[in-house]
Design a protein around this ligand. Structure first.
Ligand code: FAD
Ligand code: SF4
Ligand code: SF4
Length: 486
């Protein structure tokens, strides 16, 4: 039997005595008038207290449940000891986007769900601590990394592309990111609104990427301005594709082409990337109705509804065909959305969008649904209740039922195998069917979250590095002159 000293006993008891620290949010009445961040995070005192609750488990399940394997107890211990710089350095060993993941990662289903204290309903708020460590870290130049002389082109500057770029740069590769838009960050910039992910946070993350020596070429559409073949011609040793799934899916129902119907992609891109949310400071307004229906139950639907509310809509409704339990959105965001006054119309499916003689939306015809047997996703299948049609008055509809990949790269690269929806097919190392080309993130089939995109990119980088090392070894064997030089 292990004998515990009185000091250790006191230490453990004190951990149980500290209360779980609550992350506060701005008052609803204030926050729905602007786009400033809703969550206030933990302050210094709270972060230290929360970090002191961590039991520093010898076999921490939290690490295993983080898709990128951050050493959670170690960084938390640094916070408990008030070594905040060590905390962010520990996180950055695995995660160059801690400011982002600390805010948008579905922690409640990952690291926090696995925390041993979740059994007592008081898991450590790991995401909030990660955010704290990132927020208090100071921007600073990083010592130039030694180049290994190999060049990699990364397509897309979303979480997948940025993570691949960071990891490759740390390994010594010369990395250039090619981004189609005039701003980098992918969905972090043009999708997720500033009230969840402030633009300064993305700016800070981007500076870290640049400090590592990564170059970013904006306004370059791969597949149009340059092809994958051109990139090889330019001397890149390999290519990583992280081009995401930026094309909206539609309902294919009558009335979808009426004025006042938006895809969530278009609506959020106009608000975030084109800065409609800063009108009149930016002269790029977007139409927002007074009665808005948002179709879908994911994070994109919640973000669209809350954006519409902030831009002047009086009545915003989420229309979702399953029940709230099946909603894919983060629990915290569903709560925030409801708190802000968005109504939830669950178990309802749109059948037709109605319009007036000016071809503008006037209503939405729906049908009631009930839940049947589970489908391939494991969620109960929604089934129509016959004859239960009803109509609601709306002057704007936002369709947020998912995205699919843009085919521009695959169409110009016949070697690249894609599935029937256009997702790039990769093996478990992230390799595509085209030699020297890897892919990860939303462009490959699988879950669509920031952390999964990052995890896929890390996996691909590991294989790129292995591949490059093997190729170098082969070259040395085949070319004795080169071997002599080394
Ligand atoms: P993206 O972020 O889409 O980045 C791809 C980049 O590639 C883009 O910048 C694009 O412009 C560029 N690109 C595309 N084609 C080309 C080309 N041909 N040439 C050059 N560049 C190209 N996930 C969470 O975990 N938590 C959340 O709370 C959350 N909320 C979300 C809210 C919204 C509104 C949306 C849309 C998504 C949300 N997600 C969330 C999902 C998450 O953002 C994505 O899973 C993630 O961004 C995928 O990363 P990615 O790098 O693969 O793709
Ligand atoms: Fe948890 Fe996500 Fe941070 Fe990993 S990256 S520790 S899963 S919040
Ligand atoms: Fe700390 Fe929870 Fe991880 Fe244990 S499982 S080390 S208590 S965060």
């Amino acid at each position: 039997m292990i004998r515990m000293s009185d000091e250790s006993k006191k230490h453990i008891i004190s951990k149980y005595v500290i209360k779980k620290q609550k992350v506060s949010t701005r008052p609803v009445a204030e926050r729905i008038k602007d786009f400033q961040e809703v969550s206030l995070g933990l302050n210094k005192e709270q972060a230290i207290l929360e970090a002191n609750r961590c039991l520093q488990c010898p076999k921490p399940k939290c690490i295993v449940s983080c898709p990128i394997g951050i050493d959670i107890p170690k960084f938390i211990r640094c916070i408990a000891n008030e070594n905040f710089e060590d905390a962010i350095n520990k996180i950055r060993e695995k995660n160059g986007l801690a400011d982002v993941t600390g805010r948008v990662c579905p922690q409640e289903k990952l690291c926090q769900a696995a925390c041993v204290l979740a059994n007592k309903d008081v898991p450590i708020t790991i995401g909030a601590l990660e955010r704290f460590a990132a927020d208090v870290s100071i921007d600073k130049e990083i010592k130039a990394l030694k180049s290994n002389g190999k060049k990699v082109a990364v397509i897309g500057s979303g979480p997948a592309g940025l993570t691949a770029a960071v990891d490759l740069a740390i390994l010594g590769y010369e990395v250039t990111i090619y981004e189609a838009f005039h701003e980098s960050g992918g969905v972090l910039t043009y999708g997720i609104p500033a009230f969840r992910l402030p633009k300064e946070v993305i700016g800070k993350a981007m500076r870290y990427v640049k400090y590592l020596g990564v170059k970013i070429e904006k306004n370059v559409i791969i597949g149009k301005s340059l092809t994958l073949y051109d990139l090889f011609e330019l001397g890149y040793d390999c290519i990583f594709i992280g081009s995401g799934a930026g094309s909206p899916k539609f309902l294919h129902i009558l009335g979808e082409n009426l004025n006042g119907v938006y895809s969530a992609n278009e609506f959020l891109t106009r608000c975030n990337l084109m800065r409609a949310y800063k009108f009149p400071e930016h002269s790029t307004p977007v139409y927002v109705g007074k009665q808005v229906a948002v179709i879908g139950g994911g994070n994109v639907a919640m973000d669209s509804a809350r954006t519409a509310l902030r831009l002047g809509a009086n009545d915003v409704r989420i229309v979702y065909r399953r029940s709230e339990k099946e909603m894919p959105a983060r629990i915290e965001e569903v709560k925030n959305t409801k708190d802000e006054g968005v109504k939830f119309m669950t178990l309802a499916n749109p059948l037709k969008i109605l319009g007036n003689n000016q071809a503008h939306v006037t209503g939405l015809e729906c049908i009631r649904m009930e839940l049947g047997e589970p489908d391939t996703s494991g969620r109960r299948r929604p089934v129509e209740v016959k004859g239960s049609n009803f109509t609601i008055n709306v002057d704007m509809v936002i369709v947020a039922i998912g995205q699919k990949p843009n085919p521009i790269i695959s169409r110009t690269t016949p070697e690249l195998k894609v599935d029937k929806e256009g997702y790039i097919i990769v093996d478990d190392r992230g390799r595509t069917s085209f030699e020297k080309v890897w892919a990860a993130g939303d462009i490959v089939p699988g879950p669509e979250t920031v952390i999964e995109a990052m995890s896929g990119a890390k996996n691909a980088v590991k294989d790129i590095h292995l591949y490059m090392k093997r190729r170098e070894e082969k070259e040395l064997v085949l070319n004795p002159v080169l071997a002599w030089k080394f």
